[in-house]
Design a protein around this ligand. Structure first.
Ligand code: NAD
Ligand code: GLY
Length: 349
């Protein structure tokens, strides 16, 4: 088992290993006293892994309740949050009790948000079961839900008390869901780690433990430096402003990871056409995304994407801050007037 320490406002460990799910109870017991826990999960993950998680938590002395909700981004909303909160209140959860997120990014974001607001904040633990959640969403404390106007528009920063990543759970992922996580893996290399990007040519699945450990180490450093996203943490949003616009334009039929992959290609191509980034770096990014079976283009035009992107959180007044690669391993914040956004996207299509 590998341990990565996160020295955020609330410090915690990320544990990475094969078969940790069956030990999750004893691992949790090292950081929280025996209490009532509610495992928040979705129906797909529940069918695969809930029983094992419940058994391990019970064996370690926890009183276990579970709340599975229907899977998918469409359920990452306030209605589901209210149902979770009502369940916790009915079951008399108190401030010394704890939530456990067992699932992908949707489960983690919602469980974390419920934990942030129930009784004004209780503890929670992340057990990611998708590659995307393992390398990104389970770490760093961003929690929240989508609103009709756009992705992740309501939420809170709330750090987990522990992250338990059992990468054997990734074996049951559909190939396209594994690929979604690859987009976030590739993102770290493009943002600030060219040697890591180059190592990914060996295939992500073939080096899964190292890949997860390197990604969460990279993310932890960024979170430690700028937990509340006033500066450098914004770089982690590479591909996300246009990615979120693609998700919205597709009525959520394009998944988050695929949208981020396309978003990274669009900003990088725009950077090439503006003379900011060498063309061979765009080619290397496109090759890497294709190798991991990710899409590199979408059917929406610049005007549609620009309108959807203006709902993004990264907008401040009449400006929006994009993350733009100047080369692989060197990305920078790029402040753009909203009135120039459609033209920027047009360059990238
Ligand atoms: P997801 O949680 O919807 O999971 C994708 C699908 O895989 C779901 O249908 C789920 O039921 C299924 N699944 C999960 N684990 C499985 C397993 N082991 N075997 C088989 N099926 C499994 O999607 P995701 O890609 O994990 O996460 C995307 C979400 O994460 C988006 O809402 C995005 O906004 C959010 N996100 C948050 C952060 C953050 O920092 N908080 C970062 C990146 C993405
Ligand atoms: N996924 C971006 C962040 O956590 O900041």
């Amino acid at each position: 088992m590998r341990t990565v320490k996160v020295n955020a406002s609330t410090p915690y460990d990320i544990l990475i290993g094969n078969g940790l799910l069956d030990k999750c109870g004893e691992l949790c017991a090292k950081v929280i006293k025996p209490c009532k826990v509610c495992i928040i999960t979705d129906d797909t993950v529940a069918a695969l892994y809930l029983e094992r998680a419940e058994r391990s938590m019970q064996n370690a002395g926890f009183l276990v309740k579970s709340y599975p909700f229907p899977h998918g981004e469409r359920n990452k909303n306030m209605d589901t949050i209210v149902r979770i909160l009502e369940f916790l209140a009915e079951q008399r959860f108190t401030r010394t009790d704890c939530l456990v997120a067992l699932g992908g990014g949707v489960v983690g974001d919602m469980c974390g948000f419920a934990a942030a607001i129930y009784l004004r904040g209780i503890k929670f633990i992340q057990i990611p079961t998708t590659l995307l959640a393992a390398v990104d969403s389970s770490v760093g404390g961003k929690t929240g839900v989508d609103l009709k106007a756009g992705k992740n528009l309501a939420g809170a920063f709330h750090q987990p008390s522990l992250v338990i990543c059992d990468y054997s759970t990734l074996d049951t992922l559909p190939p396209e869901t594994f690929a979604d996580g690859c987009a976030e893996v590739i993102k770290y290399g493009v943002i600030n780690d060219r040697p890591f990007f180059e190592r990914l040519a060996g295939g992500i699945r073939a080096q899964i433990e190292d890949v997860i450990a390197e990604c969460v180490t990279n993310k932890s450093r960024v979170v430690e430096e700028d937990e509340f996203e006033n500066g450098t943490r914004q770089l982690l949003n590479l591909g996300h402003t246009i990615g979120h616009a693609i998700e919205a334009c597709s009525d959520l039929t394009v998944s988050h990871g695929s949208a981020v992959a396309i978003g990274m290609v669009i900003v990088t191509r725009a950077a090439v056409r503006l003379g900011l980034c060498p063309e061979e770096d765009l080619d290397a990014l496109v090759d890497m995304l294709k190798r991991e079976s990710l899409p590199i283009s979408c059917e929406f035009n610049a005007a549609q994407l620009a309108v959807a992107a203006t709902a993004d959180k990264k907008r401040k007044g009449d400006y929006i801050t994009l993350v733009v690669p100047y080369s692989i391993g060197d990305t920078r914040l790029y402040k753009l007037p909203i009135s120039h956004l459609a033209e920027f996207i047009r360059k990238g299509l």
